[in-house]
Design a protein around this ligand. Structure first.
Ligand SMILES: Cc1cc2nc3c(=O)[nH]c(=O)nc-3n(C[C@H](O)[C@H](O)[C@H](O)COP(=O)(O)O)c2cc1C
Length: 225
């Protein structure tokens, strides 16, 4: 018998099932699915209804590879800075296996960790208007709408800021994608069919996150997961 959900339960299931997916099969994303993702984005809330978002759909392999290289460069610089300032070593303090530590450092500092968009069947480049105050929030709302629709459609996606972090990459993305003055690439969503199921990454317990009337006052009395 098919399981039935109320709308709220179904919505919660989509929210809880969402994962960042970074490995995709070669199966393309159908036009119909892509339309659903873009309509989900269009319906997002935005400050003063400014709708400062624009979306560029990138499927061309050459373009994907160039974006992957920009993402790898940005990510490599960021993680190298973490390594040099010893932040990365702190982050991996619990990883005892030396070979695994070295492999992780190498994957991060080389930027290889962020090049997967080259192999995603489709990348949605989320651009935002630079002179709108709320653009970071507005585009984030649109992105989350897309990610939830991705999950509802049985697809997988990852939100990637790696090619959009620094000003040099902003210029590279502008040149590559023909983004006009006044707009910038905010994030890339790499989308496709997942190669395998993924486990959920851990979340902080709800009683650590929620306060009653004032910061620090317990809202949830008992520890909950
Ligand atoms: C603003 C933002 C930027 C992110 N940028 C990257 C990125 O550049 N590369 C990447 O692999 N994952 C990126 N992620 C994905 C996070 O690593 C991921 O959401 C987090 O580890 C939790 O895992 P989950 O999404 O599977 O729950 C980003 C997520 C957010 C919200």
């Amino acid at each position: 018998m098919q399981e039935t959900y109320t709308l709220a339960d179904a919505t919660m299931k989509v929210i809880q099932d969402r994962r960042s997916i970074r490995e995709f099969t070669e199966e393309p994303v159908s036009e119909r699915d892509l339309d659903m993702l873009l309509e989900a984005a269009r319906q997002a809330p935005s400050g003063e209804n400014a709708q400062p978002w624009r979306f560029i759909i990138v499927k061309d392999e050459g373009m994907r590879k160039k974006m992957g290289a920009i993402a790898g460069g940005g990510s490599g610089r960021r993680f190298t800075a973490e390594f040099v300032t010893k932040k990365m070593q702190e982050r991996f303090a619990n990883l005892q296996d030396e070979a695994k530590r070295q492999a992780a450092f190498q994957k991060l500092t080389s930027g290889q960790v962020s090049t997967f968009m080259a192999d995603a069947p489709v990348n949605i480049v989320v651009c935002g208007k630079k002179d709108v105050w709320d653009t970071p929030y507005d585009t984030s709302a649109a992105i989350e709408n897309i990610l939830l629709m991705v999950t509802a459609l049985g697809l997988g996606a990852c939100w990637v800021i790696a090619p959009c972090i620094d000003i040099r990459d902003e210029e590279r993305m502008k040149d590559l994608l023909g983004i006009p003055e006044g707009y910038k690439a905010i994030s890339v969503l790499s989308v496709g069919h997942p190669t395998r199921p993924h486990r959920a990454r851990p979340r902080l317990a709800i009683n650590e996150l929620v306060f009653n009337e004032k910061w620090g006052e317990e809202y949830y009395k008992k520890e909950q997961s």
